[in-house]
Structures are given as structure tokens and as C-alpha cells.
Design a protein around this ligand. Structure first.
Ligand SMILES: *Cc1c(COP(=O)(O)O)cnc(C)c1O
Length: 238
């Protein structure tokens, strides 16, 4: 578990590198949000980190989201759902997070829309793209984006805000950068559809090992876990 001081130093360093990458791309550093990917981290760790220069929190599991948000661990900062969302957990997640970044099927999309309708709210979503076409990964293929975007546009209680991806873990840096560039191309094409309700301004990509490349290619949210909190210990949680 990282100490307060370690986390503070880490976030300061990440912010400096984020700003440098943004400026190198001719972008305003304020246009890139830092999402702390806090799966497996305790309520206490997350609460300590919320005092730092973090914009929002990303959770992968409904139970952790519920536990930490009920405990007030985010100190009022927004949270996003970034993991694979099982349809039987949708009701517990919709309305609790400001954005669901990992919508990757029409079935899930309809469940999220129905839950948002019941609560009388509009849920912001991203569509997750499996940019490396990996058999084991969630996310739709780039071709699969279009029917899903149409379905989101037609859904009364969803607002499509853009795209999210996790590139293949073993890829070389130039390959990863090319995947990020491909994502930017998809977002541009999505914007060119000129949908009525969609507001595709968000590109969530880049993690501890590759966030600078992601920012150079247009990321507006980077999701960072290990570089803030240290290595994850999956064994320490029940
Ligand atoms: C865990 C996770 C991250 C952060 O990964 P790190 O390599 O620890 O920075 C980002 N996005 C998603 C979807 C994750 O599950």
C-alpha cells in the first residue's frame, strides 16, 4: 500500500508528464482528465488519493464501486465504471457513476437505457473498442461500433460521449501508438455523423505504461492505477 507521500509525489509526476505530452501535441493540458483506476484499493487509500490532483475515479467492479461510494471515499469527485459490466449489475451502477465507459454490446446498452429511464436520468456512456481485435478482450470491433452508436442515438436515456479502449498488453510502443491513432480516427468519424443527442467529445485511453502516447494521439481521459497506488495485490482482498 502506497503512503500518502508516495501517492502525492506520484500524482505530481504524472500530472507533469501529462502536461508535457499535451503541450507536445499542441493541446491544452486542462483538456486531459486524470482518472484514478482504483480497483483493489481500499476505502482509505482512495480517500487519501482523492485529496490529490485527481479528476475522477474509475471502478471495474460494482461491489467496490458501491462500497467506496457509500463510504464517501471519492470525496464528491465523479466516478466512472470502466470494467466489464454484467447485466445483472446494471441497476446498481446506473445513476451512481457519471459515465459508463465500457458499453460493448447492444444487450448491455438496452439494459443501461432501461435502468436510466426508470431513474428518470440520462446516462453518459462510452463504447469500448477492442482495437487490437483480441479474442480474449471485451469491447466491439471498429466495424461493430456503428450499429452500437446508432442504438445509443436511438435510446431515449443514453448520451453517447465517445470511445474507450485498452490496447493489447504486449504491443510495442509504436504499435500501441498506432492503435491510439486508430481510436482518434474512429472518434472523428463518430463526430462526423452529426448525431442529434450524442456528444462524442471523449476519448478514454492510456494507462500507467502508455498514457503519454495516448495523449499525443488525442486522449481526453487517461486511466491510471499502478503509477499512483503501486502494484496491485489481488490476493489481499476477499
Ligand atoms: C486497471 C485498469 C487501468 C489502469 O491500469 P494501470 O496499468 O494500473 O495503470 C486502466 N483501465 C482499466 C479499464 C483498468 O481495468
Amino acid at each position: 500500500m502506497a503512503t500518502k507521500e508516495q501517492m502525492a509525489r506520484a500524482v505530481e509526476g504524472i500530472r507533469a508528464r501529462m502536461a508535457q505530452a499535451a503541450r507536445a501535441a499542441g493541446r491544452d493540458p486542462a483538456d486531459v482528465l486524470l482518472c484514478a483506476a482504483c480497483k483493489t484499493r481500499t476505502v482509505e487509500e482512495v480517500r487519501e488519493s482523492a485529496l490529490l490532483d485527481i479528476d475522477l475515479f474509475g471502478e471495474n467492479h460494482e461491489q467496490e464501486l458501491t462500497e467506496k461510494s457509500d463510504a464517501g471515499a471519492y470525496l464528491g469527485k465523479p466516478s466512472h465504471f470502466i470494467g466489464h459490466l454484467q447485466t445483472n449489475k446494471v441497476n446498481k451502477v446506473v445513476g451512481r457513476v457519471s459515465m459508463i465507459e465500457s458499453v460493448d454490446s447492444e444487450h448491455l446498452l438496452r439494459k443501461v437505457d432501461a435502468a436510466a429511464a426508470r431513474l428518470g436520468l440520462t446516462q453518459d456512456i462510452l463504447i469500448e473498442i477492442n482495437i487490437g481485435a483480441e479474442a480474449s478482450k471485451s469491447g466491439v470491433t471498429p466495424e461493430g461500433l456503428w450499429p452500437l452508436a446508432e442504438a445509443a442515438e436511438a435510446a431515449a436515456n443514453l448520451r453517447l460521449r465517445g470511445l474507450m479502449t485498452i490496447p493489447p498488453a504486449g504491443a510495442a510502443p509504436d504499435e500501441t501508438r498506432a492503435f491510439f491513432a486508430g481510436m482518434r480516427g474512429l472518434l472523428t468519424r463518430l463526430q462526423e455523423k452529426h448525431y442529434q443527442t450524442a456528444l462524442p467529445d471523449t476519448l478514454s485511453m492510456g494507462m500507467s505504461g502508455d498514457f503519454e502516447a495516448a495523449i499525443l494521439e488525442g486522449a481526453t481521459i487517461v486511466r491510471i492505477g499502478t503509477a499512483i497506488y503501486g502494484p496491485r495485490d489481488y490476493g489481499s482482498r476477499p
